[in-house]
Design a protein around this ligand. Structure first.
Ligand code: HEC
Length: 138
């Protein structure tokens, strides 16, 4: 009887961990989609010379970095990537830094610096994506 209870408990625990893991992945994917929209909106607003639009999109980007920081990066980065957690947190930090700088650059009409900030944001995305796109989640 004790054995059966243990087995049942193990299954319950495993499935609840699985469910939690799925929720986290769904949240990460949803935040990623919001980030992509924000990046697109920055570009669009830039082309239309809409300074307010750039600032709003940069703020949206900043406020959607949480799941990037909270998700265990070892679940999606290859084992060869030592310090996966550090790497992911660094990317999130850099995206925040460049998005904040973009807001300042736009306010001060510094367009070449704005473009540099935008490029740097994209570089952070691709430096992680070039690593994960070759493989599935663990
Ligand atoms: C540290 C790693 C990392 C960084 C940085 C990162 N991503 Fe992702 N991204 C992921 C992971 C992990 C997934 C989900 C796994 C997959 O789809 O292969 C993902 C998925 C996505 C998706 C697909 C979401 C879906 O619908 O399933 C989009 C779009 C996306 N990212 C956009 C971005 C943008 C835009 C940035 C930069 C502003 C960015 N990502 C930065 C790791 C990262």
């Amino acid at each position: 009887m004790k054995k059966i209870t243990t087995v049942i408990l193990t299954i319950l625990l495993a499935s609840s961990l699985y469910a939690e893991d799925k929720t986290k992945k769904a949240k990460l994917a949803s935040d990623m989609r919001t980030m992509l929209k924000a990046v697109g909106a920055i570009q669009r607003a830039g082309f239309y010379n809409n300074k307010e639009g750039v600032k709003i999109a940069a703020k949206t980007l900043i406020s959607n970095l949480n799941s990037l920081i909270e998700t265990d990066a070892t679940t999606y980065l290859p084992d060869s990537k030592a310090n996966a957690g550090k790497f992911a947190k660094k990317r999130a930090k850099m995206i925040k830094m460049y998005a904040e700088d973009l807001i300042v650059s736009i306010e001060t009409d510094d367009f070449s610096e704005s473009l540099e900030d935008y490029n740097q944001i994209l570089k952070q995305c691709t430096s992680c994506h070039s690593r994960i796109r070759q493989r599935q989640w663990k």
